[in-house]
Design a protein around this ligand. Structure first.
Ligand code: UDP
Length: 274
């Protein structure tokens, strides 16, 4: 039985998440009560913890306030970041899904936790750029802020020990990180996501400079996974050019928490005040 999209209610009761969703009953869709049990932790990453559930196809991600940069060399805390990144990712993933790019999003459970489809992550960091910045500017000697003639894409091999080295699609195929067909789909989705995000951020008075996304395989199909947040996007204020993203943390610019809160507010995200 497949869980439908029409989830309308959700409460946390004694460790079990109770929700109502459309489910297939023969040819009919009916509302059914579901219970999903949160089980043991599967993994703890730099910014998120991941928990198993009693459904082998569903995981729960829990966003932390921990921040790292430069492959974990710089560590800190951005108070409230976990809740902002959770809400922001979920809101953007739902918009992206509506535009035809499948995602791992199932249901937000509370301010920090979300139920997602369990995927096998494709070990590629997919970076799309509209404007030169960061490592692109350094590597190619292009001044930060230079508008690129067209959006561009690059791949890094997701490997902390090697420091996520830059590779191309031929390396990815040769190393069997992804097939030619998967790379074709990933590139198509990544540029589609760029167009959707550019519009959404512009409505919030933000320029999308660049971003990193990750994809996974769900029952053989490529879907968008991981997160989209100020941790993974460069966002500059349209008017002032001020950086409103994790570069404030990376480059010790101050006002990190305020920038994240500002982005959430401008995107119209409802945040619980703490
Ligand atoms: N990025 C990310 N995780 C990484 C590396 C990069 O989310 O491990 C994002 C980063 O926030 C930026 C984009 O990908 O929006 C491009 O980053 P870049 O390659 O310029 O690297 P950086 O200058 O951050 O080292």
């Amino acid at each position: 039985m497949r869980k439908g999209k029409g989830v309308f209610k959700l409460n946390k009761l004694k460790g079990a998440f109770v929700f109502f969703a459309f489910q297939n009953a023969g040819n009919d869709l009916v509302w059914r009560k579901n219970e999903m049990q949160k089980c043991e932790q599967l993994y703890e990453g730099k910014a998120k913890k991941v928990f198993l559930t009693d459904d082998p196809d569903i995981l729960i991600v829990s966003y932390k306030d921990d921040a790292t940069a430069f492959n974990g060399l710089k560590k800190g805390t951005i108070v409230g970041k976990g809740a902002i990144n959770n809400r922001m990712t979920n809101s953007l993933f739902q918009k992206i899904e509506k535009e035809g790019v499948p995602t791992h999003f199932i249901q937000e459970l509370n301010d920090r936790e979300t139920a997602v489809r369990r995927v096998e992550i494709v070990p590629l960091e997919v970076i799309v750029r509209n404007v030169a910045a960061g490592s692109f500017s350094k590597r190619l000697g292009v001044e930060e802020g230079t508008v690129l003639a067209e959006p561009t894409i690059e791949f890094s091999y997701k490997n902390d020990e090697l420091g996520d080295p830059l590779i191309n699609s031929h390396f990815a195929k040769a190393l069997k990180l992804a097939t030619a067909r998967e790379i074709e789909i990933i590139e198509k989705y990544a540029f589609q996501v760029n167009e959707i995000l550019k519009v959404e951020y512009l409505k919030a008075g933000l320029r999308l400079i660049d971003f990193k996304i990750e994809f996974g395989r769900f029952h053989g199909k490529i879907i968008l996974a991981d997160e989209i947040s100020p941790d993974t996007c460069r966002l500059w204020d349209v008017e002032s050019g001020e950086k409103m993203d994790k570069d404030r943390f990376r480059r010790d610019l101050g006002g990190v928490e305020d920038a994240y809160i500002q982005v959430a507010k401008r995107l119209g995200l409802e945040m619980e005040s703490k």
